[in-house]
Write a protein that binds this ligand. Structure first.
Ligand SMILES: *[C@@H]1O[C@H](CO)[C@@H](O)[C@H](O)[C@H]1NC(C)=O
Ligand SMILES: *[C@@H]1O[C@H](CO)[C@@H](O)[C@H](O)[C@H]1NC(C)=O
Length: 139
C-alpha cells in the first residue's frame, strides 16, 4: 500500500511539474502562444477576437510585443481575427486559422506564432527572429 502511494505521488509530481512551470496546459490539443510584434514607428493599435474571446484593444509602441495563449479546439476550427490601426492605415486579418497553423506548426508541446507588423504589411513566423511569410499588406 505504502509503496503504491509513493508511486502515485511520484507520478503526480511528474505530471504537475510542467503545469506549475507554465501559465496553463491543454488536455488533448496543442497549446498555442501567439505574439504580435510591432516593427512600425509610432503606436500600433489592435483588437483581437475569436468566437469565444475578446482580447480587447491594445496599443504597443515600436518593437513592443503583445502575446496570448490558448488551447486549440479539439477537432480544429480555432479562429482568432484582428483589426489593426496604424496612423491612417487599417487592416483586418486572421491571426490564427488553418493556414496560419500550417506555417507555425513545428510539433512541440507549445506552438509559437510570431506576427511581425511592418510598414508594408503582416508577416508570420514560427520563430521570433523577424521576417517570415508575407500574409497581407495594409488596406
Ligand atoms: C479600438 O481602437 C480603435 C482605434 O483607435 C477604435 O476605433 C475602436 O473604437 C476601439 N475599440 C474599442 C472597443 O475600444
Ligand atoms: C508566450 O511566449 C512568450 C515568449 O515568446 C512569453 O513571454 C509569454 O509569457 C508567453 N505567453 C503565454 C500566454 O504563454
Amino acid at each position: 500500500m505504502r509503496s503504491s502511494t509513493m508511486h502515485n505521488l511520484f507520478i503526480f509530481a511528474i505530471l504537475t511539474y510542467p503545469i506549475a512551470s507554465t501559465a496553463f496546459s491543454c488536455a488533448f490539443t496543442p497549446k498555442w502562444n501567439i505574439s504580435v510584434i510591432s516593427a512600425v514607428p509610432n503606436d500600433l493599435v489592435f483588437h483581437i477576437k475569436s468566437g469565444d474571446d475578446d482580447l480587447g484593444n491594445h496599443t504597443i509602441p515600436f518593437v513592443g510585443i503583445y502575446s496570448w495563449g490558448f488551447c486549440e479546439k479539439a477537432g480544429g476550427g480555432t479562429l482568432f481575427y484582428a483589426y489593426f490601426w496604424w496612423g491612417s492605415k487599417f487592416q483586418s486579418i486572421d491571426l490564427f486559422d488553418g493556414a496560419i497553423k500550417k506555417i507555425c506548426y513545428l510539433g512541440g508541446d507549445t506552438q509559437y506564432c510570431y506576427w511581425f507588423v511592418k510598414p508594408d504589411g503582416f508577416y508570420v513566423n514560427p520563430y521570433p527572429s523577424g521576417g517570415g511569410t508575407f500574409i497581407k499588406g495594409w488596406g
